[in-house]
Design a protein around this ligand. Structure first.
Ligand code: PMP
Length: 365
């Protein structure tokens, strides 16, 4: 196919395979979503929506509401149909891309799609932020866009604001644009929005897909300088945020109280699942400041398949650098989390049973 850029034909697909299961804990979604009374209100507002008309060009009404909610100048707010699309636009704008490794795969995937030079600095032992190595990378060559997810995905780690701040200073001095992807900030102890306000070399990316429980609506936003926002907006398709999406998110922003409640429940459950997994003989969960847990197992394929057979869908992460044996489980409702824990411990007992059988068969003790 000569019509298309040859590198695109050779690129792998985005690494997600859909699977059916009774209990879906594979995409870091909220188990709660909009409360029923808001859903009813949304249904009646949707009934009035003139779907024969285009929505605003760049969801300006929604951008205005987000600006109010976040205390950010409206000209610096960019809304997209999912923060994924904003990442793609940022990469399209970038001279080059700097990342950490492992990381949220969409930064690297976008860089390869768009042909942007890409470099990733490995996290240190224990998923620590490699500040010195990143500072070195920021000091070398021409500037570009540096993506840092904090809280970090896929590990769930949280990088201390002082350490992130020192990177922001280096990035600004070297004229990089640093984007802190705060997709999970509601689950963490702190965020960087205040530091970013008025700082031209720093942007904050957020989404309605996680704590807000609106993954199906598809909406995310960037908080940046007016100049950066204008460039990114121009790289997004016009009229790209569907009117029903804008309506749903505007309604959620009128009643943000439900989010804190959902976040509190998820945080409590996350800490409970983490503690209960300590009794697991072979799986080890890492501390998390998100709505998911990264778990090191002896064999990710076996863990994934074993859980799936018991009706629990999680995500394999063992294809990522430094994450051999890792799976990721999203925190669900207490009932869903119990089902996950029960399946995890059953698998351990079955494994022990199999080992014992083969020991008996070989006569070892
Ligand atoms: N950033 C991070 C760190 C994520 O984990 C995700 C979703 N998995 C996104 C961005 C994209 O979110 P969305 O496109 O749903 O806004």
């Amino acid at each position: 196919m000569k019509a298309l850029k040859p590198h695109l034909l050779a690129l792998p697909d985005y690494p997600y395979t859909m699977a059916q299961a009774l209990i879906k804990l594979d995409q870091n979604e909220s188990p709660y979503g909009l409360p029923p009374e808001l859903k009813a209100e949304l249904a009646s507002r949707l009934a009035e929506l003139p779907l024969n008309r285009y929505p605003r060009m760049h969801a300006e009404t929604l951008a205005e509401r987000i600006a109010d909610f976040e205390g950010w100048p409206e000209a610096g707010v960019v809304v997209g149909p999912g923060s994924n699309t904003i990442i793609f636009a940022l990469v399209a704008a970038a001279q080059r891309v700097l990342d950490v490794s492992p990381s949220f795969v969409h930064y690297e995937h976008s860089a390869h799609l768009l042909g942007a030079p890409y470099r990733a600095v490995p996290l240190r032992e224990g998923f620590e932020l490699p500040v010195a190595e990143l500072q070195e990378a920021l000091g070398e060559g021409e500037p570009g866009v540096f993506f840092l997810p904090n809280p970090h995905t896929p590990t769930g780690a949280f990088f201390a604001p002082e350490r992130v701040s020192s990177l922001c200073q280096t990035a600004a001095a070297a004229e990089w644009l640093m984007i802190i992807d705060e997709a999970y900030y509601q689950f963490a102890p702190a965020d960087m929005k205040r530091q970013a306000l008025g700082e031209a070399h720093l942007g904050i990316l957020r989404t309605f897909s996680k704590a807000w429980g609106l993954a199906g609506a598809r909406a995310g936003y960037l908080l940046a300088s007016e100049e950066v926002a204008r460039v990114v907006r121009n790289l997004l398709p016009p009229f790209g945020v569907p009117a029903p999406t804008a309506l749903a998110v505007e309604l959620a922003l009128e009643h943000p109280g439900y989010v804190a409640e959902a976040v509190e429940k998820v945080r409590r459950e996350r800490d409970r699942v983490y503690l209960e997994l300590k009794a697991h003989p072979t799986w080890r969960a890492y501390p998390s400041h998100t709505n998911f847990l990264l778990i090191r197992t002896p064999d990710a394929a076996a863990a994934y398949q074993g859980l799936l057979k018991k009706g629990v869908l999680v995500r394999r992460q063992d294809h990522l650098p430094g994450l051999a044996g890792a799976i990721r489980v999203t925190i669900g409702t207490p009932v869903e989390n119990d089902a996950f824990l029960q399946a995890a411990f059953e698998l351990a007992r079955e494994e022990r049973g199999n080992e014992k059988e083969s020991e008996d068969a070989t006569g070892e003790d």
